[in-house]
Design a protein around this ligand. Structure first.
Ligand SMILES: CC(C)(COP(=O)(O)OP(=O)(O)OC[C@H]1O[C@@H](n2cnc3c(N)ncnc32)[C@H](O)[C@@H]1OP(=O)(O)O)[C@@H](O)C(=O)NCCC(=O)NCCS
Length: 221
């Protein structure tokens, strides 16, 4: 995904002007400040609490780090698109087919202003996105129920409303971590160029089976 061109949009929110920048590189991120709201609250810990973590992620090849910035280059939101780790279930579908929205977060004072929607739009605005299955996993134990004052069910619905406009739909799976809580959610965006063969394999893989690897003794095709 390294060929994603740098893009930037500006928009006004009731809380102030915001700049959203895609494909951020480590040397750019180093010039920014991570808003102090990305921290440990009484019942919620932000996914990333140090700017260095975003720099490290941006260093990895094929990662799209999208940042929402306010004046003086303060990061008030982030989104990350990256390939899953090799040990996970999803890379079994084939090299670089499945790609994950690994993070989407907006600092508490800036929420409900469509900043996450704009970040997400730029996360998936990628030349190869139609060749991929993009996915997100929502684990309820990572959600800011305290800050949003939502129940887990309401939060789940909010995430579905956030991801659906970008072409994501909810899919069933028996992946054990996702199945741990009924409010957890797994959503995917199937690229237009994904073949019937891959779609069929994806159906199996969601339930932990990869029969296309069985015929040759499990070495894949
Ligand atoms: C989830 C999170 C990123 C949302 O950020 P946000 O900037 O407030 O999101 P947005 O303003 O773009 O969208 C959220 C709201 O708009 C709604 N929305 C967004 N796009 C919409 C659309 N096209 N149509 C209808 N509703 C829409 C959402 O349902 C939601 O409603 P509400 O906040 O008014 O109840 C934020 O709450 C957060 O940072 N949470 C902590 C981290 C987290 O839980 N990340 C997700 C992990 S899976």
């Amino acid at each position: 995904m390294s060929k994603n061109p740098a893009k930037e949009i500006f928009f006004a929110t009731p809380k102030g002007d915001v700049r959203i920048r895609a494909s951020c590189k480590p040397q750019q991120i180093r010039r920014y400040i991570l808003d102090s709201q990305f921290s440990t609250h009484s019942q919620y810990k932000s996914l990333y609490t140090r700017r260095d973590t975003l720099e490290e992620i941006a260093q990895q090849p094929d990662t799209n780090v999208v940042l929402a910035l306010i004046e003086a280059n303060t990061i008030i939101g982030f989104g990350v698109l990256a390939y899953p780790e090799p040990g996970e279930r999803w890379p079994e579908l084939g090299p670089q087919i499945m790609v994950e929205v690994k993070a989407i977060e907006v600092a508490r004072p800036w929420r409900s202003a469509k900043i996450a929607s704009s970040i997400l739009k730029m996360v998936v605005d990628h030349p190869q996105i139609e060749d991929k299955i993009a996915y997100m996993v929502g684990y309820s134990w990572t959600w800011d129920l305290e800050g949003t004052k939502k129940t887990a069910q309401e939060y789940r619905s909010m995430l579905i409303r956030l991801f659906e406009p970008q072409g994501f739909q909810e899919y069933q799976t028996n992946e054990p971590n996702i199945c741990l809580k009924s409010e957890n959610v797994f959503m995917c965006r199937i690229g237009k160029n994904i073949s019937e063969v891959i779609l069929n394999r994806f159906k199996w893989l969601r339930f932990g089976l990869s029969p296309w690897t069985w015929a040759d003794g499990g070495h894949g095709t």
